[in-house]
Design a protein around this ligand. Structure first.
Ligand SMILES: [Zn+2]
Ligand SMILES: [Zn+2]
Ligand SMILES: [Zn+2]
Length: 708
């Protein structure tokens, strides 16, 4: 059996390393200062810290090694005591840059070194001449890991020194700022408040958190946009075990912090939900929740058997810069990860700052926060949710009106899709981290995030320039052209939109849903009977082909007769439901039309469910290989695609049937009824996905005034 927990030997080793690293900070800094921008030093036959090389050299054998002397000469040990080998720090620094670009490649480097030295004529042997199979792997792994820890220690000390300077500069400028408050700028009649974000945030994204004025109203877009998303590909195999503690992640929240949020949520959920004022009907949010659970829930639970960590939840800013992560290590209650990240963010923001969070199931989380005291009121009044633009189709229309970022005022170009871009950069880590030790997995992701974050911060200027050009200017011009061509004033369009929104969000628009239920049942019964009718006919053809006995034919005939009677009874049942009574609005409209309309409505709901299901599958698949753009044709990927394609005919049949209903409705149509005709749906999945009408319910009530 493999050991899953670090043993005493490993503990001692890590302990020695941890004691050694702080002593190397100074030599490392000196080495960097000496070599920065300089040609590399030649390795001397005798390593010495002597600054005056003219001294006469005297040799005597001693059994002691000064680590700072090694570092002074640009060498890093492969063990914390009695190392047999040291690695050039320049090679380690180069490897670090390589890691940031590709990913962990220790095995490749170790094997490459062995091959390289062999070709150069050096064979690594033991003292008695035996060739060593893997001479570098272990030592190099240790050197890379602890050289990185040394780097982190150096960075930490430098950052602390710089932070002291920042504080001094801030204090020195304070008097000037006091005067400035008198003419504090106002945005849309709201007074903004002075404040400062925690330094860690400012360092991660100065464009988001470097500001000094906060309190823009949420209805106008708020101060800060963040997006959060979970990824369940970044797992850790239970059997890969763990190593002793060696690194405090800077992006991952501590496990205890996340777990405490989880306990708090559970205890709050035991209470009765609070009454609250919701814009979106509860039924709609329930639907959203179901469609996401169906897409994610089951797979999650199964994964816990062989994996102890099953994913990563990320929080990023509107420029896609990673801010914080939470490690997903439990099935079930998933809200705790998002809540912990949001809570952590708020703890680092000024008192007045407002935040909009984009999240796949933002609508569901928003409702939970309103129903239960999960976050303090001082936070929830400054927090608003939106869903992500990409998965908008997973949400009910009523929900989209309130939560779709494309329909929220003030969200601008924020679409919540930045997490997808982040995940695609992390793809290369998926394989390695599954079999690393638990802490090494966090270390790998954390360091990769730091590298990506630094790079993104440097690119912020260009990022904003690109968005301004392609987003604001180009898209703005197109939108303007459409507006100019339609010849209606913007004010009129806005009023019209507000009206539509109001009527579609009204509870009344959802009330008939309950009344429609019995109709649905009857329609389903009818569909079943149609199917059994076909089965009966098929039976008859088969039976008649062979010479059937009188008795068999009698039985069949009797079956058919009772089936016909059943059909008639369903017709009577249908008539007795009296559609016209239930929907007085439909009075005076041809019954056949109403029936087809109801069937079309029913079918469209069914189509939508199927379509959303397959959209989710496509997305997940693309995500697994790193985004839609990346055509990575692994065998498994292709197979899954085929499996999805196989399921498509059912969806396509349904769409064709729906389209035939549309034709029939059009032929029966009388404009004076005032019922908008449903539009046919495209029969290609890609077109369907971009189809605006897919999300709209078939209208079964006449509209007042103009048909929209
Ligand atoms: Zn000397
Ligand atoms: Zn930002
Ligand atoms: Zn929703």
């Amino acid at each position: 059996m493999r050991r899953l927990l670090p043993d005493k030997l490993a503990n001692n080793l890590y302990h020695s390393w941890k004691a050694l690293i702080p002593t190397l900070v100074d030599p490392q800094l000196k080495y960097t200062t000496r070599t920065h921008g300089q040609p590399l030093l030649e390795v001397r036959p005798v390593i010495s810290a002597c600054t005056y090389y003219g001294c006469a050299q005297k040799r005597s054998s001693i059994v002691c090694l000064l680590f700072d002397l090694l570092v002074h000469h640009g060498l890093f040990p492969t063990a914390p005591s009695q190392p047999r080998m040291a690695v050039s720090m320049d090679l380690l620094a180069f490897y670090r840059a390589l890691f940031e670009r590709s990913c962990d490649a220790i095995h490749a480097l170790a094997s490459a070194l062995k091959t390289h030295y062999m070709r150069r004529g050096f064979h690594m042997t033991t003292s008695d001449g035996q060739v060593i199979q893997e001479p570098f792997r272990r030592g190099l792994g240790q050197a890379v890991q602890w050289f990185d820890i040394l780097q982190i220690e150096v960075e930490r000390q430098t950052e602390a020194a710089v932070q002291i300077c920042r504080e001094r500069v801030y204090e020195a400028r304070r008097p000037q700022r006091k005067e400035a408050t008198g003419i504090s700028p106002t945005v849309s009649k709201t007074t903004l408040h002075q404040g400062r974000c925690a330094s860690v945030l400012v360092q991660r994204c100065p464009a988001c958190f470097g500001g000094l004025l906060f309190g823009r109203p949420l209805g106008e877009g708020g101060d800060i946009h963040v997006a959060t998303d979970g990824n369940f590909h970044h797992r850790h195999r239970r059997s890969a075990g763990d190593c002793p503690h060696f690194y405090d992640p800077s992006y991952f929240l501590p496990k205890t912090q996340v777990d405490n949020v989880g306990h708090h949520i559970l205890s709050q959920r035991k209470r009765a939900p609070k009454m609250y004022n919701s814009l979106v009907p509860n039924e709609a949010i329930d639907q959203c929740e179901n469609s996401y659970e169906a897409a994610d829930g089951k797979k999650q639970k199964a994964a816990m058997d062989s994996f102890d960590d099953t994913g990563v939840m990320a929080l990023i800013c509107r420029h896609d810069v990673p801010l914080f992560f939470a490690n997903i290590d439990s099935p079930g209650e998933q809200q705790k990860y998002a809540v912990a990240l949001i809570e952590h963010l708020f703890s680092l923001l000024p008192q007045e700052a407002t935040v909009i969070t984009l999240y796949d199931v933002g609508c569901v989380l928003s409702r939970s926060l309103s129903q239960y005291d999960i976050l303090p009121g001082s936070v929830t009044v400054r927090l608003r949710f939106a869903t992500t633009a990409m998965h908008a189709y997973g949400h009910e229309w009523a929900c989209q009106l309130e939560y779709n970022p494309r329909m929220c005022a003030g969200l601008g170009l924020s679409d919540g899709e930045g997490t997808e871009r982040l995940w695609s950069r992390f793809v290369k880590l998926i394989g390695i981290q599954r079999s690393s030790s638990r802490q090494k997995r966090l270390w790998l992701i954390d360091r990769q995030a730091a590298a990506i974050g630094m790079e993104m911060r440097a690119d912020l200027g260009d990022w904003i320039k690109r968005r301004l050009k392609r987003g604001v200017n180009d898209q703005g011009a197109i939108a303007k052209e459409v507006l100019d061509r339609c010849g209606i004033t913007i004010q009129d369009l806005q009023d019209e939109w507000a009206d539509q929104k109001k009527s579609q969000l009204s509870v009344r628009a959802h009330a008939p849903a309950r009344l429609k239920k019995e109709l649905d049942v009857v329609l389903a019964l009818q569909a079943d009977l149609d199917a059994s009718d076909r089965a009966l006919q098929a039976t008859r053809t088969v039976v008649e082909k062979d010479s059937a006995t009188e008795h068999t034919l009698d039985a069949l005939g009797s079956l058919e007769r009772s089936h016909d009677r059943l059909m008639n009874k369903v017709e009577v049942l249908y008539a007795s439901l009296n559609v016209h009574d239930k929907f007085p609005e439909l009075q005076g409209i041809d019954l056949d039309f109403v029936r087809t309309l109801l069937m079309a409505r029913d079918l469209k709901i069914n189509i939508r469910k199927r379509a959303i299901g397959s959209f989710f599958e496509w997305d997940k698949l693309d995500r697994a290989v790193g985004g839609t753009q990346q055509a990575l044709g692994t065998k498994l990927h292709q197979q899954t695609r085929k499996a999805i394609a196989k399921r498509q005919p059912a969806l396509m049949t349904a769409i064709r049937k729906f389209n035939s209903y549309c034709e029939r409705l059009e032929s029966l149509y009388n404009p004076s009824w005032g019922v908008p005709l449903p539009a046919p749906l495209p029969t290609k999945l890609a077109d369907l996905r971009n189809d605006q009408t897919l999300m709209q319910d078939v209208w079964i009530t006449p509209s007042v005034g103009n048909v929209p």
